[in-house]
Design a protein around this ligand. Sequence first.
Ligand code: NAD
Ligand code: ZN
Ligand code: ZN
Length: 348
Amino acid sequence: MRALRLLDWKSEPELVEVPRPVPGPGQVVIRIGAAGVCHSDLHLMHDFAPGILPWGPPFTLGHENAGWVAELGTGVTGVEVGQAVAVHGPWGCGTCARCLLGIDTYCENPAAAPVPGGGGGLGLDGGMAEYMLVPDPRHLVPLPATLTPTEAAPLTDAGLTPYHAIRRSWSKLAPGTTAVVIGVGGLGHVGVQILKETTAARVIAVDSRADALRLAADVGADLTVPAGEDAASTIRESTGGRGADVVVDCVGSDETLALAASVVRTLGDLTIVGIAGGTLPVSFFGLPYEASVQTTYWGSRSELVEVLDLGARGLVRAASTVYDLEHAVDAYHDLREGRLDGRAVVVP
Ligand code: NAD
Ligand code: ZN
Ligand code: ZN
């Protein structure tokens, strides 16, 4: 079968021929219906070097995956061949306290995981291929009948990641509050919808691209603000000078973190989701009192079930451009050049 593989750090992925995976005992092979194109893959191709992560190339890209169960290893129960499923991407040890709660992202025994801190498409072979090996059926979530794999795939990361970040701030998003999403690309445009559908907050979207701001408005942002010098004052003015109760930074550069810090309100949440590598100085007078700063990584299995429900009921939808596997490299180029609105999805 064909697979889009990252063969080395600091390199472009290549479409190569590889053997179709065979499920060992307890494992499942799924036929890929769709795999989402995440900006994190661009960081893998261009920003990372040996030693930064506990795993590395070669592996098949694609960590936002959905499809159909194709083959079961011996002893697998609870899923059926042909069943439509989404893959919960982070794969922990399966037995620590966090994994038992479905919070594989924060597995406490990463040495016993299939790959420490990763999963399919992040150290192990992912879904930019015709088939993908999933090491345990607990990583599979059945797709609701009204959701296709093409619709579901981006929800497993571009949906799940902002959902997790926003859900932990729900208590701060009562009527009268404001949430700011910085960077309304793949994650951010779904984040805007999640805020609108699960909270009463007013939603402000910030991006450096006019097309991204147009998409943000289309999916429900109450106010769109171009990135730049005036962004902070515009946000302050539009909140009566108070600032935002919750800021979700889906970029994570020095510039966006500075913006986030300058608009977050006392008692607010500043959540860093983007991994552009910026730094936010934290000091006593540097942030409003009791503003909390946190990073978040992906989301839990039960949260994926909730995101898929939002998708199945048409409340949250990833705007997607579809590429075939032959053109998956073009999808990454388009993402890198800022030519995409929403998410690119590869359908092999
Ligand atoms: P994307 O490229 O689709 O979207 C990024 C958006 O940010 C684009 O619309 C871009 O125009 C905008 N942007 C860039 N610089 C900006 C600036 N200075 N000010 C305002 N907007 C700016 O990327 P994505 O796939 O949505 O991923 C976003 C980030 O989140 C990436 O760094 C990715 O690696 C990271 N990520 C993190 C997690 C996690 O678990 N924490 C999960 C997935 C992705
Ligand atoms: Zn991702
Ligand atoms: Zn674990």
